[in-house]
Design a binder for this molecule. Structure first.
Ligand SMILES: Cc1cc2nc3c(=O)[nH]c(=O)nc-3n(C[C@H](O)[C@H](O)[C@H](O)COP(=O)(O)OP(=O)(O)OC[C@H]3O[C@@H](n4cnc5c(N)ncnc54)[C@H](O)[C@@H]3O)c2cc1C
Length: 374
């Protein structure tokens, strides 16, 4: 039996980020079922930081996270976790109403949003078909994230504070004994005053293993693939291009193009794999909107984006079981919101509550509370 103050289940971006903060003041153990952290959703993202994506709460969490990403710099003072990318939201003539609403929202949120005339849209990404694209706006401040660097930074800080990561270890059951949790895992038993549920797509499943009511999380599969950029066209500096109805997106990715049909297929939590039909849909949509020819894929994958019913993350102590803390439902935003989410979670677990710079953005414990569904 190993005793600790806090046991974190899941070493993806959620678990690693909160563990990196908690380990500064407590004895923290993080348990991960896979043989390496980041195997599931964290290692499968599109790596975009955008302040105009998701609902109001998500956008506030994203903006609150930016200083963490920009404060970490390389040897010449350059940001080490973010690099310039931009996003360009595009629309056909028949999408005008949706486009105008999206543009209004984006402008209210980010100062760097520019409406583009059609010739500038095509000038920015020349493979777009001028006959199909009428509207566009650019979010200049959107960035590419180095997800591995961000994840490794959290894990490094965690280890630096004396935290212990145990991989190849599955949490099988949890039960309350006195003021502690007794946690049975595939590699032995642990005792902890607090359990943090950062189990991603399995968060409701983990709640079930602790005999706790589910909050109603739905994992949704999203597919992505890469293919060769067109010969003779400089694509490295294109922004990420996103259809205003989120029917597809594509962006440069290490000399290739990364694309997705932006699918959201509900499925039980597992090691998600891409389906041929989703790839075929993406290829068809991309070839309609652009002159890109997709003959061969360099790679393809799928991952799970896990949503609560209101598409807002679930962060807080369970209302019915002492010492069981939810850090789940990050949806398609879990990397870019991870710094703020970790600060909120650590503040609620350690006692001072949500930091003022985050409550100033309208985020309260009630907004994120797991109790909001009961
Ligand atoms: C295609 C795609 C594109 C995306 N694009 C973006 C993007 O551009 N920007 C962005 O911010 N986000 C994006 N996301 C979302 C982001 O990837 C997720 O929100 C984030 O990775 C969730 O992190 P997590 O730590 O909660 O989950 P995970 O990374 O899945 O980690 C959960 C971990 O818990 C472990 N676990 C589960 N149950 C147990 C158990 N019983 N015992 C032990 N361990 C357990 C699992 O093995 C897993 O490693 C994208 C996601 C996908 C799939």
């Amino acid at each position: 039996m190993i005793q600790c103050d806090v046991l974190v289940v899941g070493a993806g971006i959620a678990g690693a980020s909160v563990a990196s903060l908690l380990a500064a003041n407590a004895n923290v153990i993080m348990i991960e079922r896979e043989n390496a952290p980041g195997y599931h959703s964290t290692g499968r993202s599109a790596a975009l930081y955008t302040e105009t994506y998701g609902n109001e709460t998500i956008r506030a969490l994203t903006v609150a996270s930016r200083p963490y990403f920009t404060d970490v710099t390389g040897p010449n003072g350059e940001p080490a976790m973010l690099s310039p990318r931009g996003t360009m939201v595009i629309a056909r003539a028949d999408q005008q109403v949706v486009f105008e609403a999206a543009h209004k929202t984006a402008t209210a949120l980010s100062e760097g949003v520019q409406l583009l005339p059609r010739d500038e849209i095509i000038g920015t990404v020349p493979v777009l078909r001028p006959e199909n694209i009428v509207h566009g706006f650019l979010e200049v401040a959107a960035m590419d994230m180095d997800v591995d660097a961000i994840h490794q930074a959290y894990l490094g800080t965690f280890r630096g504070h004396g935290g212990t990561l145990v991989t190849d270890a599955e949490v099988l059951s949890l039960r309350r004994t006195g003021n502690d949790w007794l946690i049975e895992t595939s590699v032995g038993d642990y005792m902890a005053a607090v359990v943090v549920n950062a189990a991603g797509a399995w968060a409701d499943d983990l709640g079930g293993r602790a005999g706790i009511n589910q909050v109603g999380l739905t994992p949704k599969r999203r597919t992505a693939f890469t293919f060769a950029a067109p010969d003779g066209i400089e694509s490295a500096f294109w922004p990420a291009v996103i259809d205003v109805d989120e029917q597809f997106y594509f962006k440069p990715d290490a000399g290739l193009i990364l694309a997705s049909p932006a699918d959201e297929t509900p499925q039980p939590p597992n090691d998600a794999q891409p389906e041929e039909i989703d790839i075929a849909v993406a290829v068809e949509r991309l070839q309609t909107a652009t002159s890109l020819e997709i003959k061969r894929l360099n790679s393809k994958w799928a991952g799970l984006r896990t949503f609560a019913p209101d598409k807002t993350p679930v962060v807080g102590f369970d209302p019915e079981q002492d010492g069981f803390f939810w850090l789940a439902g990050q949806g398609g935003y879990g990397i870019m919101t991870s710094p703020a989410m970790a600060l909120i979670a650590a503040g609620l677990i350690e006692g001072p509550g949500i930091p003022e710079e985050i409550t100033a953005r309208g985020i309260t414990a009630a907004t994120l509370s797991p109790g909001r569904f009961s």
